[in-house]
Design a binder for this molecule. Structure first.
Ligand code: C5P
Length: 318
């Protein structure tokens, strides 16, 4: 048997539009999702017992059944009981670099890495769509995190269509360390405030999905027009999170003043990102925002966009 060390990339939302309610209680969404080369490392090691053990270097990440990476391993064990019985349990070591509770799919990408890694370790030979289907049972962002790159996502976020790869774009990410936003709270509050405008008619739902498909963000990506991509960033959840967290609003305004391609909150926040056309510019923006806000609680990162999500860093026989 082999042990695996994988890297798992963060995601940002270039477009997040809430269309309506779904019968399963979730929201019908139309999004453009993008992988960012800010990665956690996930080490998987076979155990001789039938346990699933999780360790993490970040004190706020639970290491029990609440951890999405744990849930991913438990799902694999339940789906493939004979293989689990044959190979035994797994030890999962998560080295966090992606901020937690940030709207960057950190937990989802860890879960995706466990699905991909156990498929390799247990030699299951699952297809990408089988891994995505398993991922959808764990969370709305997990199927995307299995594949990564640039994707149009509809439904709950699990129906994916690839878009052309983006490159030559850097991202500056900023998050207040002590601030995190509950995704469930953000969607629930959006429903309370804007639910009256939700689309429920099947035909209208399809029209709204199509509107994103043939809309300006997808066109800007197809033409690799970075200026247009920056200007077309959109996130419905800003309408809920920014008024509640004025410091996130101020952060966004700071980015705006730096002459970046564009700036937006990612997912349900509170991370704000800004796009730039070079690493040098991204580093300058990071420095200027750090100086302008001068709050030790504020953390900033610079990373390029990436076309992949889960990568094998190393593997060795055990
Ligand atoms: O799927 P995930 O666990 O990431 O979703 C977290 C929460 O976000 C859900 O419990 C739900 O409240 C909300 N959500 C939603 N519609 C989606 C995705 C998430 O309402 N399409």
């Amino acid at each position: 048997m082999r042990s695996y060390s994988l890297t798992a990339a963060a995601k940002i939302n270039l477009h997040l539009e809430i269309i309506g309610d779904r019968p399963d209680g979730f929201h019908e969404l139309a999004m453009v999702l993008q992988s960012v080369d800010l990665c956690d490392r996930i080490d998987l090691r076979p155990l001789s017992t039938d346990q699933i053990r999780v360790h993490c270097n970040h004190p706020e990440v639970p290491v029990d059944q609440r951890n999405l990476a744990y849930k991913a391993a438990a799902l694999m064990a339940a789906e493939f009981p004979d293989t689990f019985a044959q190979y035994g349990g797994v030890e999962i070591n998560i080295h966090k670099q992606i901020p937690v509770g940030a709207g960057l799919a950190g937990g989802s990408t860890n879960a995706a890495a466990v699905l991909v890694g156990l498929d390799l370790m247990w030699q299951l030979g699952l297809t990408q769509s089988e891994l995505q289907e398993l991922g959808a049972r764990l969370g709305s962002d997990v199927p995307f995190c299995v594949v990564g790159g640039t994707m149009l996502a509809t439904g709950r976020g699990e129906e994916l269509a690839p878009l052309p790869d983006l490159n030559q774009i850097y991202v500056v990410l900023a998050k207040y360390r002590s601030l995190s936003v509950s995704t469930a709270w953000a969607y629930q509050t959006f429903r309370q405030q804007f639910g009256h405008a939700y689309v429920s008619n099947v035909q209208e739902l399809e029209t709204r999905r199509q509107r994103v498909h043939s809309g300006p963000m997808v066109a800007a990506i197809a033409h690799r027009n970075n200026t247009e991509i920056g200007q077309r960033l959109y996130n419905d959840l800003e309408r809920i999170v920014l008024p509640e967290y004025p410091q996130v609003q101020r952060l966004r305004e700071q980015f705006q003043q730096q002459g970046v391609l564009g700036t937006m909150m990612s997912g349900s926040g509170p991370t704000v990102f800004a796009l730039t056309e070079s690493q040098t510019q991204a580093e300058q923006v990071r420095e200027r925002v750090q100086v302008a806000i001068a709050d030790p609680d504020l953390e900033l990162w610079v990373a390029p966009l990436t076309n992949t999500s889960i990568r094998i860093a190393s593997s060795r026989p055990v």
